[in-house]
Write a protein that binds this ligand. Structure first.
Ligand SMILES: [Mg+2]
Length: 206
């Protein structure tokens, strides 16, 4: 049994980080809310797209460590470890940000984030470091998911599941905490506890 997971906004939660960055960078006196609110408000400004890209480059690079592991994800990963379910991570993440002002290697930042949260130690989540994959595009990501023959894939973006080439044999699990419903044939989960029920099929939580 092999389970594939997306990284950004599936394992790593950015709402707090973007809310803090919005204020720390002086863009807002008070944060307009989470990641989406910050983006939407910034895009209303004349140079909004640039400001948003700049903020993203900071969040996914030098400030990544402030991102949090989603509630319930640690219990899910521990349950997979105990049940000998192999976990692979497939992330659409370019090495360097689109905003050239920042030179942080975003893939290395993600690996460091995982390392600091005990992803790779036996007493932690015991993932194999070779099970972390980065793709340059969404189509490359879907090709990797297909080659890895994942029984399930968990992602926060519906677009991944409708990308041509997404394997029919892989169970689609949409993790969208703020979405009321999905029109796609996916299992829509709003909390990692639900994901555990779907994938592990037994209560992973006491
Ligand atoms: Mg994502």
């Amino acid at each position: 049994m092999r389970v594939g997971l997306d990284f950004d906004n599936t394992l790593a939660e950015y709402d707090h980080l973007f809310a803090n960055l919005a204020v720390e960078t002086g863009l807002f006196a008070k944060s307009p809310g989470g990641k989406r609110d910050v983006r939407d408000q910034l895009r209303l400004r004349p140079n909004g797209e640039y400001l948003w890209r700049r903020l993203q480059a900071m969040a996914y690079g030098p400030c990544l460590d402030e991102a949090q592991l989603f509630a319930g994800a640690a219990e899910f990963l521990t349950a997979c470890r105990d049940a000998k379910i192999e976990v692979v991570i497939v992330s659409h993440k370019t090495r360097f940000p689109a905003c050239k002002e920042f030179k942080t290697d975003m893939r290395q930042a993600a690996l460091d984030w995982m390392k600091r949260r005990d992803f790779f130690i036996v007493d932690g989540f015991a993932l194999k470091s070779e099970n972390i994959h980065f793709a340059d595009s969404r189509s490359e990501k879907v090709q990797m998911i297909s080659e890895l023959k994942c029984n399930f894939f968990v992602d926060d973006l519906e677009e991944v599941f409708i990308e041509p080439g997404f394997p029919v044999s892989t169970g689609k699990v949409l993790f969208a905490p703020d979405q009321t419903r999905s029109s796609l044939p996916v299992k829509h989960c709003r909390h990692w506890k639900e994901i555990a029920d779907v994938i592990i099929g037994q209560p992973a939580y006491a």
